[in-house]
Design a protein around this ligand. Structure first.
Ligand code: SAM
Length: 238
């Protein structure tokens, strides 16, 4: 997954240009994070670092981006101005333990890569362990496995299944114009919640995508994204 430079570049471009990313994903993330001035932030599964950079633009003191795709980390480093206080590390979100603890752990589309309950638990423990004692986490998880196959037509990614995957089952996510697909796992909000609570998180809250409608998408497109939420967001305290 995320093995070719071409695929990673195509993915990275959508983060800064596609209306879904700008007016729904980013909008939700910034709303939930609130004031991040002077915060230290761990961006777990940072991908191309689009959100790491965004956090610096909004005043974060420092950001550490971690991802287990070497191509993603290369792209993140290439795309980050040298004066931004961001470091990137190639590591696994199931086991990473940093030298410092963070005020905030942010994770977007990490937990939907957990291939079994144990993998999900290890990821949630990683989020928890890297936070300082009054730290908080904000994350988003793909809910594409809950949307009917082919339901999302206005984004770069899509699924094709006839029958929705069962709980914890793997399914493929495709990108328009790309040969490579991505394997995700279909976890419910209840499964995520149970494990987040088990590892120690308190005050766990769930949110549907928030948005700021842009005319770059049609009214029909917006309806599609509202009817079939592509992700859920979560916040919690250590
Ligand atoms: C859909 S991308 C999201 C990237 C970024 N968070 C964003 O929103 O643009 C998912 C990322 O999760 C990373 N990933 C998946 N499983 C991981 C793991 N166990 N540890 C670290 N990164 C992981 C992938 O390499 C990929 O970069």
């Amino acid at each position: 997954m995320y093995n070719t430079t071409e695929f990673v570049r195509a993915y990275a471009l959508t983060k800064d240009t596609h209306p879904f990313c700008l007016y729904m994903e980013r909008h939700t993330i910034l709303k939930l994070l609130g004031d991040i001035k002077n915060a230290s932030i761990l961006d777990l599964a940072c991908g191309s670092g689009a959100y790491s950079r965004l956090f610096c633009e909004y005043g974060a003191k420092n950001v550490l981006g971690v991802d287990y795709s070497i191509r993603m980390i290369e792209n993140a480093i290439e795309s980050t101005p040298s004066d931004m206080p961001i470091s990137y590390v190639h590591d696994n979100g199931e086991s990473f333990r940093g030298d410092q603890k963070f005020d905030i752990c942010f994770h977007s589309y990490l937990l939907n890569y957990a291939s079994c309950n144990n993998s999900l638990k290890r990821m949630c423990e990683t989020i928890y362990c890297n936070l300082n004692n009054n730290g908080r986490m904000v994350g988003i998880m793909s809910m594409l496995g809950k949307c009917p196959g082919n339901a999302i037509t206005c984004c770069e990614f899509y699924t094709t299944f006839d029958k929705p995957p069962s709980e914890g089952e793997r399914y493929e996510v495709y990108f328009r114009g790309q040969d490579e697909s991505i394997s995700n796992y279909n976890w419910s909000k209840e499964s995520y919640h149970k494990i987040l609570k088990f590892v120690g998180f308190k005050n766990i809250k769930w949110y549907l995508p928030m948005y700021n409608k842009s005319t770059l998408l049609t009214e029909e497109n917006w309806q599609e994204l509202i009817t079939y939420p592509v992700f859920f967001a979560v916040s919690a305290d250590k």
